[in-house]
Design a protein around this ligand. Structure first.
Ligand SMILES: Cc1cc2nc3c(=O)[nH]c(=O)nc-3n(C[C@H](O)[C@H](O)[C@H](O)COP(=O)(O)OP(=O)(O)OC[C@H]3O[C@@H](n4cnc5c(N)ncnc54)[C@H](O)[C@@H]3O)c2cc1C
Length: 381
């Protein structure tokens, strides 16, 4: 049996960031992921400047061998309605990345011992330690395994049951020169269209020569039909090429407001999707994954080797201070909006002021919330 101070389960943005933020802490950190990297993750690959700041990402280094698409605004509206374009000018307001590259880059620089292709099947409590798959012992277990994280299950999450999830599907592919010619979506301005029942939105997102098309909804019922109707509309509008792959990949995750997950226990904490942290209005999950990882690492440092619940509650408190109190499971099933509400929504989504000041600035870019910065070497607070 091998011993570590901290074992992180999952090497997505949340897990690699916990490890990276502990790289100079003096703690022995092991990160385990069931997949062999580089691996892909079902995602549109849109990140906000706050992500870059929190990761202290060197953009010049990153873009040398990877796709980094600057985004200068969005085209949006209600499906079938008027389209509005918000142009923020020269300074990018977001970036497009490919998750197979982004996650691998973060993992490679995290500074921890990494074992990929290594699935965590079992974590049992033995005194004040965890025993993982019977062969690795840890004083602290960090669950960063995404929505279906086995550590979340250990903390009582009823995966796939009694949880109101966002269900989303996407396809990402390298366009042929012919497809590039027939793709009307501009890389600088991703396109977002809200479903007429306001339960979700579809996107067309061009990142260099790659195109990502997808749709996410709070209600997984008839997701495929919504997606295919959306693709038909986009094809007719010339936003996507006539012929493209139709092997859409799906995944579920939780929105912050209605995620019922417990995030800390004796010697254990959850970060990122495992904790159900994606922003409620936009579904953006990478920024909360990374910010929760920085907050978790700050708690781990302060805990100074004692990982009882009394010490780890500080992390739970810092999540509430950062993201606000959760509204609870009651927030899950907002009833279908009335005709009057839909009419109003269609008007608002056709308004340049509303789509910029509310939808983009507040719901998507969270400009009102200053980004978190990574901790300095040996900083404890
Ligand atoms: C279709 C779709 C589009 C999205 N688009 C965006 C977007 O554009 N921007 C955005 O910010 N967010 C987006 N999201 C949400 C975003 O993808 C997630 O919030 C984000 O990936 C969460 O990061 P994470 O590190 O918590 O989990 P993940 O990225 O899911 O990483 C979890 C890791 O844990 C590993 N793992 C799981 N189980 C085990 C196990 N038993 N043992 C070992 N390892 C394990 C997995 O292999 C994986 O590598 C989208 C989601 C979907 C479904």
């Amino acid at each position: 049996v091998e011993d570590f101070d901290v074992v992180v389960v999952g090497g997505g943005p949340a897990g690699s960031t916990v490890a990276w933020a502990l790289r100079d802490s003096g703690l022995s950190v092991l990160l385990l992921d069931k997949q062999a990297f580089p691996r892909d993750k079902t995602c549109a690959g849109w990140i906000t400047p706050a992500v870059i700041e929190a990761l202290d990402l060197d953009l010049e280094d990153y873009r040398r061998e990877r796709v980094l698409q600057p985004i200068h605004g969005f085209r949006m509206g209600m499906m079938g309605g008027r389209v509005v374009q918000n142009d923020y000018g020269a300074q990018p307001v977001s970036f497009g990345i490919r998750r197979c590259e982004f996650d691998h880059y973060l993992l490679a620089r995290c500074g921890a011992q990494v074992r990929d292709d290594w699935e965590v099947r079992e974590a049992t409590r033995e005194g004040d330690r965890w025993l993982v798959n019977g062969v690795i012992r840890a004083r602290l277990l960090v669950g960063a395994g995404g929505h279906f994280c086995p550590v979340a299950r250990r903390l009582g999450a009823r995966l796939g049951r009694e949880e109101a999830v966002v269900a989303a599907q996407e396809v990402e592919f390298a366009m042929s020169p012919e497809q590039v010619r027939r793709c009307g979506t501009q890389a600088r301005f991703p396109e977002l269209y809200f479903c007429t029942d306001l339960a979700g939105y579809g996107w067309v997102f061009r990142k260099g020569a790659y195109l990502n098309v997808g749709l996410g909804r709070r209600d997984s019922h008839r997701l495929g039909e919504h997606l295919s109707a959306f693709c038909t509309q986009m094809r007719e509008a010339g936003s996507i090429p006539d012929s493209m792959p139709d092997r859409f990949k799906g995944h579920a995750y939780l929105l912050y407001d209605c995620a019922p997950r417990t995030v800390v226990g004796e010697g254990v904490m959850l970060v990122g999707d495992a904790a159900g942290l994606a922003y409620t209005q936009s579904g953006e999950g990478i920024r909360p994954a990374i910010e929760s990882a920085l907050l978790a690492a700050a708690t781990i440092r302060v805990a100074a080797g004692r990982y009882g619940l009394d010490r780890l509650r500080r992390y739970q408190d810092s999540l509430v201070a950062r993201f606000g109190p959760r509204r609870g499971a009651g927030a899950r099933g907002a009833p279908a909006p009335s005709r009057a509400k839909r009419w109003l929504a269609a008007r608002l989504l056709a308004s340049p002021w509303f789509t910029r000041a509310i939808v983009t600035d507040q719901w998507f870019l969270h400009r009102q919330q200053v980004g978190l910065k990574p901790m300095k070497m040996n900083e404890k607070n």
